[in-house]
Ligand binder design. Structure first.
Ligand code: PEP
Ligand code: MG
Length: 895
C-alpha cells in the first residue's frame, strides 16, 4: 500500500523529492538531535494524487490521524483540547524552496473554547487572543479565500482607533474584538463560518496547501525559476511553539554566512515577541542577531552552536528559522541558503580553502548565470553628492528606472518597454509580477531576510530594503525622503543594491570589477580573485572548448581576452552592408557575367581585409568563417519605401531614376513569403555564380597575407543551411578549386578545412552521408530549433511564447535553452552518425544555445568538442563547461 505520511524521525535530506525541502530538512535536524518540535509530513505524492483526482487519496486521512495521535501523546494534550490545547502549524514545502509562494497556517486547534484554555494554561491572555486572531486571519485568507487586504484593513482601523503604533500595542480585549470582526468578515465574504472543529481546520488547511501549488503566484514563480509544474508540494504539520509569549520569546531568521557578500560570520534578524512570518513580513523592524544575546543569552549560545553544527553537516551556507519560547530555542527550518552571485563565489572559495569541500565541489556551487550577473556594470558615484536614501543592500547590482508603486503599474509600464523601479513599504507574494517586471525593488521596511530581499536575491534582481527614511505613500503614488524631497511616480531614480543606496536621476554606470579583470587581467583580492580561480579551475577541468561568435576584429580581440579559443562562427553578412551595399546591388542587378564579375571583384579586397583583421586577432587559433547565409534581397532597399519614392517622383510628373526602377523590379522578382525557408545559405551559393568563389578567394588571400606577415592563420570554411550531401559536395568542389588557385598563384599553400552547419532536421538525419564531405560540423541550433518546431524565430517569441510558458508547453523558450527531447535528439543522432562515418569528426555548436549555461551541460553530455557564443558569454560558458565536466552525473543548477 502507498504511504502518504512520514514522521520527522523517518526521513532525511536525501528524501526531498518525497518530503519537500522543508520536511526533509526538519527530519535531518531531528536526526542530528537538534531541538525540533515534533511533527509529520504529508508527502508530495499525496499532493500529486490529490491534484490529479481532486479528492484525498485513500488512506491519507487515517494516516494523518495516527501521526497526530503520536504528537498528541508526546505533548500529553489533544489538538484543540479545550482546557489546554495542542496547536499545530501547517506549512507547504516543495522540493525546491519557493519563498512565500505558498501558504502557511499557524495555530490550528484554536476555537472559541480552546482560546480560553490556552489563555489559562499559558497565563497570558493577550498571547492566546493574538494566536487566535492569527489563525482566523490565515485560515480565512489561505483556506477560505478571503482577500488578505480586508483583514489588514480591519487591523489598521482598530490600531488607528486605539492610537496603537503597532500590533504590540493592542491588548487582549482588542484582539478578541479583532477575532469577532474577522469571523464576521469571513461570513460576509464566503457565506460560511470559520470552522470551530480542530480536526476540520487541520484537514482543510492541508488541502489548501495542496491547492496552493497551482495558485497563480506559485505558477509564476516556478516558471521564472524553471521549476517543473508536476512536482507537487509536501505539507509539514508540526506542534506549535510560540514566539509571541512575551519579551523572552521571539522568532528569527539566521544565516551561517552573509548571504549578500558571502563573508563568514553568523548573520540574521530577530524579532522579539513575534510569531511565524512576522520577521520576514517587515511588520516591525528587526534587531540584528548579535543582539539576541541581550534577550535570551542561553538560546543565543545554543543557536550559535547549532548553526556551526548545521554548516558543518551541510557543508554549505545554511539558512535557519528559529523560535524562542520563554527562553527555550526551537529550530523550525533549515536549508542550504539562497545567496547572491558574489556570495556564491566567495563561499565556495572559502569552504574549499577551509578544506570543507573539494575545489571541484566548489565549482559546482557557482554558476554561469551568477558570473554573468557579476559582469554587469555598477554605478559611478564619484560625481554624486548624497543619496536620496540609504537602506539595506539586499541584492547587488545597479538599476535605473522610473518609480512605480504597485505591481500592476510595473507590469504595464515594463510591457510598454519602460524600465521601472518598484517601490513599496514592504512586498508580499502578490507583488511578484511587479518584481519580475521591475529592474529593482526598493522597500522602506524589512531586513535582509524580508520577502523583498529573499525573492529579489533569488531572481538576481537589484534590491534595497529597509530604507527607513522613506515615507512611501502608495495611495498618492509618491514617496518622501528624510529631507522632505517628494518623488512622484514616473520619476527616474537609481538603485544600488550593492551599497544599499538610492539616487535621484540616472547615475552613470562603470564596469564591474569582474569585467575589468576579464578585460585587463587586473585581479584584486576578494570576489574578483575567487571568480578568477573558479575560471582557472574550470579551464583545467573542462573537455569542451569555448569559442566565440564574432565577425569584427574588435569583437575577436575581446573574445580572446575573455578566454575564447577561436571563433566558432564568423558571419559574413555584415560585410555586405554599409557602403558595400552598392556593390551588392550591382552584383544582383548585373545583366551579364562581366558586370557581375566586376561587382564581385570590387567586393573581394574589402572582404579580404575583414578576414585579415579577424585572423590577426585570433592568430594561431581556429576561425570558422561561414559563407553568406541570408537571402540577397535583405541587402536591397525596402520595397515599400522604394515604391513610394518612385510613385512620388511620377506624381510630380518627373521621370524616376532608372536604377530605382530596376532595383524595384529586382526586389519584386526576388520577393519571398518565407525568406527564412527560401533562397539562402548554401542554396544561394549554388545559384548565384561567382559568390562562393569570391568569398573563398577573399579568405584564402587573407590567409596568404597573414602567413606572409609571419602569422599562423587557421581559417575554416563553413557552409550554411545544408540539407543534402550533394549541396555540400558541389560547394566543396568549388571551394577546393579556388583554394588550389590561390595556392598556385601565391606560392603559399592554403589549407582550409571545409565543414558544414547542421541546422536543418534533414541534415541531422542524414549526418552520416554529409560527414563524407564535411571535415567538421557546427550545429546552428537557432535554425535547427526553428525548423524542428516549425517556429518562425523572428515572430513567435513575441507572438505567443508567453502563453506557451503559461500553459506549461515548455519551461523556457527553446530558442534560449536547448529543447533536449526534440532538437537535442537530432543533435545526438547527428553526432553519432557523423562520427560513425568520420571517426573523430570535430563538432561544435554556434547557435545562441552555445552560451546558455543549461545547454552547455547538454552539449558536454552529447560529446561535442566546442561551444561557440557571443564574446560576453564566453566566461560563463567556460565556467559551465568546467562544471559539466565535474558534475557529469548530477543535474546542476546553472542559474
Ligand atoms: C543558427 O542557425 O543557429 C546560426 C548560428 O546561424 P544564424 O543564427 O546566423 O542563422
Ligand atoms: Mg542559421
Amino acid at each position: 500500500m502507498v504511504r502518504y505520511v512520514y514522521d520527522f524521525t523517518e526521513g532525511g535530506r536525501d528524501l526531498a523529492d518525497l518530503l519537500g525541502g522543508k520536511g526533509a530538512n526538519l527530519a535531518e535536524m531531528t536526526r542530528l538531535g537538534l531541538p525540533v518540535p515534533l511533527g509529520f509530513i504529508v508527502s508530495t505524492e499525496a499532493c500529486r494524487a490529490f491534484l490529479a483526482t481532486g479528492t484525498e487519496p485513500g488512506g491519507m486521512s487515517e494516516e494523518i490521524s495516527r501521526r497526530l495521535s503520536a504528537v498528541e501523546a508526546d505533548a500529553g494534550r489533544r489538538l484543540g483540547q479545550p482546557d489546554h490545547p495542542l496547536l499545530v502549524s501547517v506549512r507547504s514545502g516543495a522540493r525546491f524552496s519557493m519563498p512565500g509562494m505558498m501558504e502557511t497556517v499557524l495555530d490550528i486547534g484554536l476555537n472559541d473554547d480552546s482560546v480560553l484554555g490556552l489563555a489559562k494554561a499559558s497565563g497570558n491572555e493577550r498571547f492566546a487572543w493574538d494566536s487566535y486572531r492569527r489563525l482566523v486571519q490565515m485560515f480565512g485568507s489561505t483556506v477560505m479565500g478571503v482577500e488578505g487586504a480586508l483583514f489588514d484593513r480591519i487591523m489598521t482601523g482598530l490600531k488607528e482607533l486605539r492610537g496603537a503604533p503597532d500590533d504590540l500595542h493592542l491588548d487582549a480585549a482588542d484582539l478578541a474584538e479583532l477575532v469577532e470582526a474577522y469571523k464576521q468578515l469571513i461570513h460576509e465574504e464566503t457565506g460560511d463560518h470559520f470552522p470551530q472543529s480542530p480536526a476540520e481546520q487541520l484537514r482543510r488547511a492541508i488541502l489548501a496547501v495542496f491547492r496552493s501549488w497551482n495558485g497563480e503566484r506559485a505558477r509564476l514563480y516556478r516558471r521564472r525559476e524553471h521549476i517543473p509544474d508536476d512536482l507537487g508540494t509536501a505539507v509539514t504539520v508540526q506542534r506549535m511553539v510560540y514566539g509571541n509569549l512575551g519579551a523572552d520569546s521571539g522568532s528569527g531568521v539566521a544565516f551561517t554566512r552573509d548571504p549578500a557578500t558571502g563573508r563568514p560570520g553568523l548573520y540574521g534578524d530577530y524579532l522579539p515577541n513575534a510569531q511565524g512570518e512576522d520577521v520576514v513580513a517587515g511588520i516591525r523592524n528587526t534587531v540584528p542577531l548579535a543582539e539576541l544575546e541581550r534577550f535570551a543569552p542561553d538560546a543565543h549560545h545554543q543557536l550559535r552552536d547549532h548553526m556551526v553544527t548545521l554548516e558543518r553537516h551541510y557543508r554549505d551556507l545554511c539558512d535557519i528559522e528559529f523560535t524562542i519560547e520563554r527562553g527555550k530555542l526551537w529550530m523550525l527550518q533549515t536549508r542550504v541558503g539562497k545567496r547572491t552571485a558574489e556570495a556564491a563565489f566567495t563561499i565556495a572559495a572559502e569552504l574549499a580553502d577551509e578544506g570543507v569541500i573539494t575545489r571541484e565541489e566548489g565549482l559546482t556551487r557557482v554558476s554561469g548565470g551568477g558570473l554573468a550577473r557579476l559582469m554587469f556594470p555598477r554605478f559611478d558615484t564619484s560625481t554624486i553628492d548624497e543619496p536620496l536614501a540609504n537602506g539595506i543592500p539586499a541584492s547587488p547590482g545597479a538599476a535605473v528606472g522610473a518609480v512605480v508603486f504597485d505591481s500592476a503599474e510595473a507590469v504595464r509600464r515594463a510591457a510598454a518597454g519602460e524600465k521601472v523601479i518598484l517601490v513599496r513599504e514592504e512586498t508580499t507574494p502578490d507583488d511578484l509580477p511587479g518584481m519580475v517586471a521591475a529592474q529593482a525593488v526598493l522597500t522602506s521596511r524589512g531586513g535582509k531576510t524580508s520577502h523583498a530581499a529573499v525573492v529579489a536575491r533569488g531572481m538576481g534582481k537589484v534590491c534595497v530594503c529597509g530604507a527607513e527614511q522613506l515615507a512611501v505613500d502608495t495611495a498618492s503614488r509618491r514617496f518622501t525622503t528624510g529631507d522632505g524631497t517628494i518623488v512622484e511616480q514616473g520619476t527616474v531614480i537609481s538603485v544600488d543594491g550593492s551599497a544599499g543606496a538610492v539616487y535621484a536621476g540616472a547615475v552613470p554606470m562603470t564596469d564591474s570589477a569582474v569585467m575589468r579583470y576579464l578585460e585587463t587581467g587586473e585581479r584584486p583580492p576578494g570576489v574578483v580573485d575567487t571568480v578568477a580561480r573558479a575560471l582557472e579551475l574550470a579551464d583545467g577541468l573542462r573537455r569542451l572548448e569555448v569559442r566565440a561568435n564574432a565577425d569584427t576584429p574588435a569583437d575577436a580581440v575581446r573574445a580572446r581576452r575573455f578566454g575564447a579559443q577561436g571563433i566558432g562562427l564568423c558571419r559574413t553578412e555584415h560585410m555586405f552592408l554599409g557602403e558595400r551595399r552598392k556593390l551588392v546591388e550591382e552584383m544582383i542587378l548585373a545583366r551579364d557575367d562581366g558586370a557581375r564579375t566586376r561587382a564581385l571583384d570590387a567586393l573581394l579586397p574589402l572582404q579580404q581585409q575583414d578576414f585579415v583583421g579577424i585572423l590577426e586577432a585570433m592568430d594561431g587559433l581556429p576561425v570558422t568563417i561561414r559563407l553568406l547565409d541570408p537571402p540577397l534581397h535583405e541587402f536591397l532597399p525596402d520595397r515599400t519605401e522604394l515604391a513610394v519614392r518612385i510613385a512620388a517622383t511620377e506624381a510630380r510628373g518627373e521621370k524616376p531614376n532608372p536604377r530605382d526602377v530596376e532595383l524595384l523590379d529586382a526586389i519584386r522578382r526576388m520577393h519571398e513569403e518565407n525568406p527564412m525557408l527560401g533562397l539562402r545559405g548554401v542554396r544561394l551559393g549554388l545559384v548565384v555564380p561567382g559568390l562562393v568563389a569570391m568569398q573563398v578567394r577573399a579568405i584564402a588571400q587573407a590567409v596568404v597575407e597573414r602567413t606572409r606577415a609571419g602569422g599562423a592563420p587557421q581559417a575554416e570554411i563553413m557552409v550554411p543551411l545544408v540539407g543534402d550531401v550533394t549541396e555540400l559536395r558541389l560547394v566543396r568542389q568549388e571551394v577546393e578549386q579556388v583554394l588550389a588557385e590561390v595556392s598556385d598563384e601565391s606560392g603559399v599553400p592554403v589549407h582550409c578545412p571545409v565543414g558544414t552547419m547542421i541546422e536543418l532536421p534533414r541534415a541531422a538525419l542524414t549526418a552520416g552521408l554529409i560527414a563524407e564531405e564535411a571535415e567538421f560540423f557546427s550545429f546552428g541550433t537557432n535554425d535547427l530549433t526553428q525548423t524542428t518546431w516549425g517556429f518562425s524565430r523572428d515572430d513567435v517569441e513575441a507572438a505567443f511564447f508567453s502563453a506557451y510558458l503559461d500553459k506549461g508547453v515548455f519551461a523556457a523558450s527553446p530558442f534560449e535553452t536547448i529543447d533536449r527531447e526534440g532538437v537535442g535528439r537530432l543533435v545526438e543522432i547527428a553526432v553519432a552518425e557523423g562520427r560513425a562515418t568520420r571517426p573523430g569528426l570535430k563538432i561544435g555548436v554556434c547557435g545562441e544555445h552555445g552560451g546558455d549555461p543549461d545547454s552547455v551541460h547538454f552539449f558536454h553530455a552529447s560529446g561535442l568538442d566546442y561551444v561557440s557564443c557571443s564574446p560576453f558569454r564566453v566566461p560563463a560558458a567556460r565556467l559551465e563547461a568546467g562544471r559539466a565536466a565535474c558534475s557529469e552525473a548530477t543535474t546542476s543548477d546553472t542559474r
